[in-house]
Ligand binder design. Sequence first.
Ligand SMILES: O=c1ccn([C@@H]2O[C@H](COP(=O)(O)OP(=O)(O)O[C@H]3O[C@H](CO)[C@@H](O)[C@H](O)[C@H]3O)[C@@H](O)[C@H]2O)c(=O)[nH]1
Ligand SMILES: [Mn+2]
Length: 838
Amino acid sequence: MGKNEESHPLFETRRAKGIFIHRIFSFSMFLGILFIWVYRVSYMPRKSSEDGKWVWFGMFLCELWFGLYWLMRLSLRWNPVFRQPFPHTLSQRYDDDKLPGVDIFVCTADPEIEPPIMVINTVLSVMAYDYPTHKLSVYLSDDGGSDITFYALLEASNFAKHWLPFCKKFNVEPRSPAAYFKSVSSTTYSNDSINAKETITDKEEGERRKGNEREGKKRGKKGRGKGGVARARLRAASSLLEIRTRGRESSRKREETHALPSPSKSSRKVRENARPGRGRGVPRRRRALLLPLRVLAKLYEDMESRIENASKVGEVAEEIRSKHKGFSQWNSFSSRRDHDAIIQILLHGKDSSAKDIDGIVLPTLVYLSREKRPHVAHNFKAGAMNSLIRVSSIISNGKIILNVDCDMYANNAQSLKEALCFLIDEEKGHEIAFVQTPQGFENLTKNDIYGGALRVIYEWEFPGMDGFGGPMYIGSGCFHKRDTLCGKKFNDQESLKHWNGEDINNDQSMTKTSLHLLEQKSKALLSCTYENNTLWGKEMGLLYGCAVEDVITGLAIQCRGWKSVYYNPKRKAFLGVSPTTLPEALVQHKRWSEGGFQILLSKYSAAWCAYGLISPGLQITYCFYNLWVLNCLPTLYYSIFPSLCLLKGISLFPQMSSPWFIPYAYVTLGENTQCLLEFLWSEGTIKGYWNDLRMWLYKRTSSYLFALIDTIFKSLGFSSLAFVISAKVAEENVSQRYKKEIMEFGNSSPMLTLLATLALFNLFCLVGALFKGGLGMLMVLPLQVLLSVVLVLINLPLYEGLFLRKDKGRFPTSVVFKSMAVALSACVLSNVNVFTTI
Ligand SMILES: O=c1ccn([C@@H]2O[C@H](COP(=O)(O)OP(=O)(O)O[C@H]3O[C@H](CO)[C@@H](O)[C@H](O)[C@H]3O)[C@@H](O)[C@H]2O)c(=O)[nH]1
Ligand SMILES: [Mn+2]
């Protein structure tokens, strides 16, 4: 870091390397595409009676679309930028009191799909951010209106008293207790020798370790080996708890620990305490220390089983209810869709009882569930977010707002400060409205069978958007400035004012009565009718009426003149849960693609309304995503007609001997090589690429098609907006199959039936064609055979699911029959007459 700290910016932006080569390559690809277009037009069958005239014309339209869409995609790769924050500079420049208040919103909506224990793990992980606790407030919005979730949060508020000091003193990662204990479990709980601990590492831990090693070196220690840091962590953890336990017995000892002024100092002291056992191979000492970590783990396990018990029974025991007044807000009439506003401030920074076991103030923690009535539209997550914005504004009013989904725990305690570097940078921070991090997933398998990682989007495309003015807002893992989220326009003069770290909440102290008053005041803000005749959902807060409330809100913010930043740290900032079955993955993509298309048709349309408000490059990239759905038509066409014509012996592509074959071969090879390389460079595997290709096809031929149909229905007023919440837990046998990367079909939804029908249709066409023409077909119609073979190969797991598998994840028999019948009759019918004459 430079000497001149004052002028050193808080972040830097780098351009990608090799852009020039990429542009030349893209130019050659574009030439190839032009040649394909020329070929289609000049070889169009002239006479109306000629075989396949209309099919040919359709092929031309498809290729025209693919070519244009490829150009849009190119814009995402035109000018990528990468960001690097400097949190140390931030820490040097702003002491704790100067840092802005941060309000963190966690949203949950259904205690069955989103188990309360998972929700509070997310809550605990964000409470434990490396950030001054008196500047941190965490709000849980529960659209499920569940007293069990409330109970879980109540438990979490107690557990936090032990968990936060533990995390901070020993710098543990990740700070979701479940994830942390899982990472150390196999070793700590066993009574086996210390060596077992050497194996507790996973990839993420490796990252953390590197950081630790660097830190360790700074402190003049030798870099530790693999197991060494893990051991040190355990030892540190153990010794802290040992002190805690002993502390309970001897108050003198306890005071000693508490008297230490700063956590880091005390942690050093504890580490020193622990040192005698190190490196001498004295298992006795270590074993003695192991027990206390168990105490914390046990504390967690007990809490977990109490919460899970309550979930199983479906209610909170009377004994517990009677101990906390919060429960009185639920009555026998309360249901998910019909209940009063509920709010409870569980911890408040200004309340003297809200301290951890070290006497340090805990972050403010609030449970809320907005009022719900069956006939009042509640606007899904957008509605929840707006309630959160309002309530937090009277409780803590943090200038920065972070929103996470309830499954997305913070995986990196530093990322809050890192994100702040962008938002409060003296030079550029004034124009940045939000910082989006990519969504990481903890449950991905090696070859990512449902393409849930969205690797290429996060590694290549979002940096491309960033180069044009900023990425989209994609919900979870986004840091906003409160005022821009509430509709503030970008105004140079005002925004240029230097960031002032004024204190947010200057209330002196909070008594029980003042807390109660605050809760009552908040309830009014949570009522169903509060937003009537206001700008909420239209110009303020998150916008309503769109299936991807986040993306449209982000676009609106950018249209008001703001920029955004994409921050993709090496150690993922958040980890959540990705769908573990094919139907779920398809339904999620349907929601996303439908939402995107709604944006394109809305008053914020990136295609026309955003003109002049955001950069043309950004406009194109938004269109690229918002046009996902339209891909269904050409893709369906391309996966049906070439196969069908193969069966009928009609040629749709140039012969191998023709010079026109070259552009087809070049474009196909070039495109696939580029995509494969991008995938591999984003830490994907080759098999993963193949899986991704399959999902690419399935999304296009089912999710997008149904999204298109639904959008049409909605615009005609036949149906209304819905939000299908993604499942975050799976049955045991489903998750077993998921881990083995066996595709899960398991239901007879129209989407799956359609996929099965298409797959069978391709199979029948290929088999029929080979039967009729033998391998000679390969010489006559090489590209069509290739296309058909690829389609059949990519569908292999689907055929298995239809005919070979016996487990519950296979296709239901009804789908087997339906799809067989439709696919067969399509083949037979087309062979008898039609398509040539239409
Ligand atoms: O009525 C609702 C519906 C959903 N949610 C919450 O919204 C979040 C996202 O829901 P999920 O089912 O997990 O959807 P995903 O598709 O996984 O979420 C992505 O896409 C959504 C938009 O479709 C964004 O809102 C999310 O932030 C983004 O992570 C979850 O925490 C839900 O609890 C609510 O609070 N109220
Ligand atoms: Mn989700």
